[in-house]
Design a protein around this ligand. Structure first.
Ligand SMILES: Cc1ncc(COP(=O)(O)O)c(C=O)c1O
Length: 471
């Protein structure tokens, strides 16, 4: 591809993306294709000869696009948001254009130093403790794995990397914790059976008293409590564990405290939500995802640690071919994570924070929270629906319930109701199960979602009840 062709398609793609931002609302939110539907249209073998960009571009629109579920659709109320934004796409474009591999300071000093700066900005925006240092990871799953590995190393006096470990280490998290914690526990070698799930209260937040009981009984039985994972904003219902109380217990028993705020952490940029970060002075590590709610396209996960030397001691590998003369003076972020190669992810975050300004970001988050609160009020006022958990931040957990139907039937009806809602193509919501109840989750966090989109969702939901249940 020569320069002129690159420019021609580059401009065309930007035009297309700009139009997509505007037109995405016209696509069905959830891709309607069946399994294998896309693959069947693609050749089994790659082309031997060069194909024109024009042909590839046409196939993108004709074959690939119908298989896209549109996370940037204003009717996106499923799972959690994965927002991009014009600023973040432009930053990402430059990252791809520069193509730098930012494993060490020397392989692109600006990447390392910009990462230090934007992570400090984020720390201040959220009101995290001043002694936290940050690094960008790909996902919260990876950040949590780093925390589990660091906890394992520090609990075994830094011998397990060298010798393996034979001690009976234990990890604790609430029964509502995200599945990435179990995955991390398996990968880090603790063994799934050493993950102790702690009971929650009626609002699905961890009971600190139960945590302390579990730790005490493990100590008596000869186990070594290594790590507690507290969640700020659980995936199912956005419950917030009492981090300060949990932190006191971790301090008392010398246990690593990792805090997973993957989704909800962004809300702490708001003055009125600072309670979310209360108690973080007890935490050894903390993660939240700008790639969820902070307008920064996937992937970009912000991981903070109180004492980086533990993380570095756990993960650093320094073969001759990576050594540089500046190593003693700089951060080499390859030693702060699992992978060696690193993309320049700080760039898009820098673009986002500067282009929106902190006030602009706050306005969007505040709007989402207000819209979710409004939706919760409609649910509460309705005779046919009920909240299944307290509505918190951007999430409303609800179900249809006429008050005359058995629990088994309610589960079945709500499952079918959700299928019907999503078939509309206008909105996309997903589910969870809370205390055995099939629960529909309304997650209001897409960048372009406005009041009328939330109103439309409520209308679609009620229409589906009319068509499907009350018929
Ligand atoms: C509380 C919580 N933790 C962790 C994750 C995993 O995030 P990631 O995809 O960045 O690994 C999620 C994603 O939904 C989450 O809600």
């Amino acid at each position: 591809m020569d320069k002129e062709e690159f420019k021609k398609y580059g401009y065309e793609f930007i035009d297309w993306i700009a139009d997509y931002f505007e037109n995405v609302k016209n696509y069905p939110v959830k891709s309607p294709v069946s399994p294998g539907g896309i693959k069947s249209k693609l050749p089994d073998f790659p082309p031997d000869q060069s194909e024109s960009v024009s042909d590839i571009w046409n196939d993108f629109r004709d074959i690939i696009l119908p298989g896209i579920t549109h996370w940037q659709h204003p009717g996106w109320f499923a799972y959690f948001p994965a927002n991009n934004s014009p600023a973040s796409v432009l930053g990402e474009l430059l990252t791809a254009g520069i193509g730098a591999q930012c494993m060490s300071w020397e392989t692109s000093p600006a990447a390392t130093e910009l990462e230090e700066v934007v992570m400090n900005w984020l720390r201040n925006m959220l009101g995290l403790p001043e002694n936290f240092s940050g690094v960008i990871q790909d996902t919260a799953s990876t950040a949590t794995l780093c925390a589990l590995l660091t906890a394992r190393e520090s609990k075994t006096k830094y011998s397990s990397n060298a010798k393996g470990f034979y001690e009976k280490l234990r990890v604790y998290a609430s029964s509502e914790v995200h599945s990435s914690i179990e995955k991390g526990v398996k990968i880090a070698g603790y063994g799934r059976e050493n993950l102790q799930y702690i009971t929650t209260d009626e609002n699905y937040a961890m009971l600190p008293g139960e945590l302390e009981k579990a730790i005490k009984s493990d100590v008596q039985a000869g186990y070594k409590p290594a790590c507690v994972i507290a969640t700020i904003g659980t995936t199912s219902s956005m419950a917030v564990d009492p981090v300060a109380e949990i932190g006191e217990i971790c301090k008392k028993y010398g246990v690593w405290l990792h805090v997973d705020a993957a989704m909800a952490g962004t809300a702490a940029i708001l003055e009125e939500m600072k309670y979310l970060v209360r108690g973080l002075e007890f935490a050894d590590s903390f993660v939240f995802n700008p790639h969820k709610w902070l307008m920064t396209n996937f992937d970009c996960s912000a991981y903070f640690v109180k004492e980086p030397e533990h993380l570095i001691r756990t993960l650093a590998i320094n073969p001759e071919y990576l050594k540089t003369a500046k190593d003693a003076q700089v951060n080499n972020y390859r030693d702060w994570g699992i992978q060696l190669g690193r993309r320049f992810k700080a760039l898009k975050l820098w673009f986002v924070i500067r282009q929106y300004g902190v006030d602009g970001l706050k306005a969007i988050i505040r709007k989402h929270i207000d819209m979710a609160a409004q939706f919760a009020k409609w649910v509460e006022a309705s005779e046919e629906f009920e909240l299944v958990a307290p509505a918190n931040l951007s999430l409303v957990c609800f179900r249809w319930n006429d008050g005359n139907t058995s629990e088994d039937k309610l589960n079945d009806i709500n499952k079918k109701l959700l299928e019907k809602i999503n078939e509309s193509g206008k909105v996309y919501l997903t589910h969870t199960v809370l205390s055995g109840k099939y629960t529909i989750r309304m997650s209001v966090g897409q960048r372009t979602t406005e009041k009328e989109d939330v109103e439309r969702a409520w209308e679609v939901i009620r229409d589906c009840v009319g068509e499907f249940i009350n018929k």
